[in-house]
Design a protein around this ligand. Structure first.
Ligand SMILES: *Cc1c(COP(=O)(O)O)cnc(C)c1O
Length: 343
């Protein structure tokens, strides 16, 4: 089949309607088989728990075309497990791992003409969504659930490639608190962070890095991405906290740093003062892989990691290695790519 007629090299990172999405409903104690849907709208009870009480969780992952034309999805099993953790925390029905993977494969096969060609920097972004759909007025978990997966071709998050950006340490506002839902991928956390990002952007920053809500002394993460730093002696350090969402990108970078680049990796509570002793800093997540931090502003002081727009050597090496594995240019020795048959 011919590829869709899109300007692949100039795609924004945004929503593009594709041909189909897939849906499964949980009703009467079981998940339905996957339905292929053409419309990109869903019909819901206006009393659905996802709308009133935030019973909603999501995932995000990417599909890559390799040089030889084969197609793979990155660490889909990890996303399936994470959606189950999110579901448990919001007292939602868990999606079986097999159903999750089947839905991702099916949505890719159905929309194969939207898989961006190798070498364009664009990818097929996959968005699984889990919604509580029973009509309720009292505050109670839903009985019925909708699991849907859609796909959208996206350009690289930053057109220029790795471009260092200005961040600030957010000292007052929080996205998550201990004992809350910061460690799961739910829409509510994002709703809580929008105002913070907007304020930071008004002040000229790309994003914030949060401090822990209990003591304001330790680094947490950025709004949609984990934080990491490279110490002056070449260690990869990344905060451990119960209010951080465990990023699969960060997990992969930690693994590559340790096993392929021979770096020491420290995943531990990181005091905010440590930002003064870093050589490089960045954020990581599926969308951008790595966003290098040009400078961090904290208590009126700005610490600069990139004097020019040149990204630090460790961040660059990690980015190149991870993205090369994803597109199949480097052997996938850890078995992270799952091939999808699109014939
Ligand atoms: C999705 C997400 C990330 C990044 O996770 P990846 O699995 O690497 O995409 C980081 N922080 C938050 C809050 C997220 O929602």
């Amino acid at each position: 089949m011919d590829k869709a007629n899109l300007d692949w090299s100039n795609l924004p990172f945004g929503y593009v309607k594709t041909d189909f999405h897939v849906e499964s409903y949980y009703k009467d104690g079981k998940w339905s088989s996957l339905q292929t849907m053409e419309k990109d709208t869903i019909e819901l009870s206006m009393a659905a728990t996802c709308l009133h009480y935030g019973q909603e969780a999501f995932e995000g992952l990417k599909v890559f075309e390799h040089k030889d034309g084969t197609v793979s999805v990155f660490r889909v099993d990890e996303n399936a497990l994470r959606l189950q953790r999110s579901a448990r925390k919001l007292v939602m029905q868990e999606v079986p791992q097999d159903l999750f993977i089947e839905a991702v494969e099916k949505v890719v096969q159905l929309n194969k003409r939207f898989i961006p060609p190798y070498g364009t920097g664009a990818t097929l972004y996959i968005r699984p969504l889990l919604l509580g759909i029973s009509g309720r007025l009292g505050v109670q978990p839903s009985e019925e659930y909708l699991f849907l997966v859609f796909a959208s071709p996206v350009g690289p998050y930053f057109k220029e490639g790795l471009k260092p950006l200005k961040f600030k340490i957010e000292e007052k506002m929080k996205r998550a608190a201990p004992g809350g839902t910061g460690d799961v991928k739910v829409g509510g956390n994002y709703a809580a962070s929008l105002r913070v990002t907007r304020q930071a952007q008004k002040e000229g920053f790309k994003e914030v890095v949060y401090l822990d809500a209990a003591t304001n002394q330790y680094l947490d993460e950025s709004g949609p991405a984990n934080f990491f730093g490279i110490t002056k002696d070449g260690k990869y350090i990344t905060p451990k906290s119960e209010t951080i969402l465990p990023s699969i990108t960060n997990k992969s970078l930690m693994h590559l740093a340790e096993h392929d680049l021979g770096m020491t990796v420290e995943n531990r509570p990181v005091r905010v003062e440590e930002i003064h002793h870093l050589a490089e800093a960045g954020c990581c997540g599926t969308a951008a892989v790595i966003t290098p931090i040009k400078s961090l502003t904290y208590q009126g002081e700005t610490i600069t990691y990139c004097e020019t727009d040149e990204v630090g050597p460790y961040s660059k090496k990690l980015y190149d290695l991870l993205t090369s594995i994803q597109v199949g240019d480097v052997p996938d020795k850890y078995g992270w790519n799952r091939k999808i048959d699109i014939r």
